[in-house]
Each structure stands twice: as C-alpha cells, then as structure tokens.
Design a protein around this ligand. Structure first.
Ligand code: PA5
Length: 447
C-alpha cells in the first residue's frame, strides 16, 4: 500500500496547523463530489478508475495486441498530458536497458510529438526506416502543433513503408469524439480510434486510453494499474476521515508549507526509473496550480545522482523549499556487494549487503541532513515498483492536486497561460488568421 509520512515536517509546520486545514479539505472534497469547484466541466477523472469496465479494458488490450503483433516499434505521438503519463509508467516498469535487450517480445516504444527538434525527428524517422512500425496519435484537441507535425511525418513514412492498407491497421488515434484534425483524419482513413472523454483534461488522462493503450502495447498490466487507482480512489474518498486520507493530508501539508513561505517542492526519488514519474507529477501540479500568480513551483531530483549536483543547493541554498521523497520499499531484484580480498576501495564493510540497503541508508541519511538543513520532508512509500502501486500513486497525486488547487483558490483544470507562446509562434510563422499579431510582433522586434 501507499503510505504517507509527514513526521519530518513537524519541526517546520506543526501537526495542529496541518490538521487545521481539515475543514477546508472537507469543503474541497465536497466541491469535487458535487461538481461545484472551478473548472467543474473537467471532473471526469474523479471517479474514472471505478468507472472503468473489464469490457473497456479488453478493447484496449485488443488494440494493443494488434500493434504488438504487427509492429517492431510503436511511436506514441503526443505532448503534455497526452504523453507524460504513458512515458512515466512505461519507464518505471521497463528494464533500464530495454534498448540493448531488444528481445523481440515487445515492440520498442518511442515517443514523438513532444518537441520540435529537427534532429530528433530526423533521427527517429531514420531509425524507423525499413522497420515495421505503428503510430498512436494522441491529441485531445487534435490540433496541437508539435503532435500534428510529428504525425504528418510518421503517417507518410508508415504508408510508404507498409502500404496504405497495413498503415490503416497500425495507426490508432486517441482524440476527441467529434472535433479536431486528428478525429477528421481518423474517420477519413478508418483508423481504430479511442475517445478522450470531454470531461477529462490532458494531465488527468493517464487512466484513459491516452495512457492505457501505450502501456498495454509496451506489455504491462493495465488491469493492475487500474486496480491500484481504484483502491486509491476508495482510500481518498470524501467519506474518509481526514486522518485516514493520504491525499487530503498531503494537500493540507503542501498548503501549510506554502503558506509558511516554502514556495518550491522538490520531488525526489532513489530509483532512476522514477525520473519520468516526476516529469508527469511536475506537469500535473505545475499546469494545474501555477496561475493567478500563485502556486508551489514543482521541481524534481533523481537521487543519489543529483546529490552530486543539486545536493549543495538543497542542503544550503535559500530556504524556500520542501522535499517530497518517493521511496520504494522493495526492489524487484536482488544484488549483493561482493567481498574483495585486497579491499583497495575500502568497501569490505559493505560485503554481503544488498545494494538496496546502501541506497536506503543514503535515503535516510539524506532525509536527516536535509531536515537539519531546514528542508521539511514528506515521505511517500510504496511497497514495490509495479503497475498496481503506480496506479495508486497516480490517483493519489491527482486527488491531492484537485484538493490543493482549491485551497489555493485556483481552477485546477484550465491552462490559459499555455496559449501565450502559441500565439507568438503562429504569428512568427505567418499562420493564416494571425496577421495582426504578426504585425505587432514585427514592430516589437524592430524596436
Ligand atoms: O494537460 C493538458 O491539458 C495539456 O498538457 C495537454 O495535454 C497538452 O497541451 C496536449 O494537448 P492535446 O492533447 O490537445 O494535444
């Protein structure tokens, strides 16, 4: 089970202060349930896990089986919420050296449409040359430039290499039911498609086909992922008392720390495979709460790696941060340190110990040092890194985010700030309809 420990926050913000937010959390829970909070058109994620049926999961697994049977590689095209959840879960569950293993049992999963790097796209399309590959085109709006650009290239290459008929079998669209270019294209070409529910926003969509299909194509257990999320949905329900609800406690603790001047949260992990879980988490919290000139800034570190870079700052820099550690209790494999007769490195005191024992002592030592250095510490523990516990973690963070945004008084479910760069980019590229903006930018740049 997922466990939350906030005892190392006490030297900075008292338990009473945190418990003092219990009523506000209850109000926030009720507003989520009653659909009266800001952005209430986008509350489909709230009871999404418990609404997923075995029939729906079977349909996703069926589509995944087709891609697995037909393709050596599958490219997932998407950005933001249409990419990070799948990437996070696949990375967390995959062998760290999957690239080198390439045992032919699973298609290689690649990601595109999340950047506009010409070299990236050139190298991707070069890698795909001569390969049997498929594409999962994911875009809720169906019009996101990064994704559309990559999809145009990949569609053309897929059709040229595999023929139009086969391409139709191995291109899948995940998009809006009716609107957007991705929907129009899927309907015209007759692609298998899945719908992203209207009331589920991108960054809350990992448990829709947006995340589930790529994860299933990669060969992972989506039933267990959903079960984990369902169990966490029950554990964080509005009916649960504050003291028994980890998402409520996490949200209240974050808010108490933010109110006390800790404006930056660092999500730390001690398993390199969790790197993209932190990227997903940053998007979830950053895009949900960073508005109206408010919001905790979500940052992340991979430890112990980053103790040799950001460790100095965390220990000794400006005291505006708090740290949340994701700790995995049991590794999936066992490896013992060998003894060495010469002991030239002086490490014989570790002989016979598991590598994870050393990692855990590094984790504990770091936590104590950071607390001593003035960094409040929250610890989230999961039993092991598997689909079930990732499902728990995902829903736990989603629920906590929905609650925390209400404490902050922001609409968790919009992202008006994202439009600013798009407007300028389209104006600079001369997109039809942006003539006035193009003129304004020209004048600004010529000043
Ligand atoms: O969370 C969000 O809503 C965003 O990050 C979107 O997921 C992202 O902008 C991609 O949008 P779309 O799926 O419409 O291409």
């Amino acid at each position: 089970m997922l466990n939350l420990d906030i005892t190392k926050v006490a030297p900075f913000v008292s338990k009473e202060t945190i418990n003092g937010y219990a009523d506000s959390i209850a109000e926030a829970q009720n507003a989520l349930e009653a659909g009266t909070c800001p952005g209430n058109d986008y509350l489909g994620w709230l009871h999404l896990p418990s609404s997923i049926s075995p029939e729906f999961l079977a349909e996703v697994k069926n589509a995944a089986a087709t891609l697995r049977a037909e393709c050596e590689a599958v490219v997932v095209a998407g950005i933001g919420g249409s990419y990070l959840g799948a990437k996070a879960v696949i990375e967390a569950l995959s062998n760290s050296f999957q690239w080198l293993l390439a045992d032919g049992k699973n298609p290689v999963i690649l990601f595109a449409g999340n950047n506009i790097g010409e070299d990236y796209l050139y190298e991707l399309t070069s890698y795909l040359k001569g390969k049997k590959f498929g594409v999962i085109n994911i875009s809720k709006s169906g019009t996101t430039t990064e994704t559309a650009l990559a999809f145009r290239l990949l569609k053309k290459q897929c059709e040229e290499q595999m023929g139009k008929e086969t391409a139709r079998k191995v291109i899948v669209a995940i998009t809006d039911a009716k609107r957007g270019a991705a929907r129009t294209c899927a309907d015209k070409e007759g692609y298998k498609s899945f719908v992203i529910p209207d009331n589920v926003g991108g960054r809350f969509s990992v448990l829709t086909p947006v995340g589930l299909l790529p994860i299933a194509v990669a060969g992972f257990d989506i039933d267990a992922l959903v079960k984990g999320a369902q169990d966490m949905e029950a554990q964080t329900a509005a009916s649960k008392p504050f003291a028994e609800n980890p998402a409520a406690i996490y949200a209240a603790t974050r808010y108490a720390l933010y109110a006390s001047g800790k404006k930056i949260e660092i999500l730390a992990n001690y398993q390199p495979k969790l790197h993209f879980i932190a990227e997903w988490w940053k998007q979830l919290f950053g895009e949900s709460e960073g508005k109206d000139k408010k919001g905790v800034y979500p940052a992340s570190v991979d430890l112990t790696t980053d103790l040799h870079s950001m460790g100095q700052w965390i220990q000794d820099g400006e005291r505006s941060i708090f740290e949340t550690v994701i700790s995995v209790l049991k590794p999936n494999h066992s490896l013992l340190f060998p003894s060495d007769e010469e002991n030239l490195d002086g490490l014989n005191f570790l002989a016979g110990k598991r590598v994870d024992e050393v990692n855990k002592m590094a984790e504990l030592g770091t936590q104590l040092a950071h607390v001593d250095g003035g960094v409040p510490n929250i610890r989230i523990t999961i039993d092991c890194l598997d689909a079930y516990h990732l499902g728990q973690l995902i829903y736990f963070f989603e629920r906590a985010c929905g609650l925390h945004c209400q404490l902050l008084g922001v609409n968790a479910f919009n992202q008006p700030g994202v439009e600013a760069y798009k407007k300028n980019m389209f104006a600079l590229l001369g997109k039809p309809g942006y003539e006035a903006e193009t003129e304004a930018i020209k004048q600004r740049l010529n000043k």
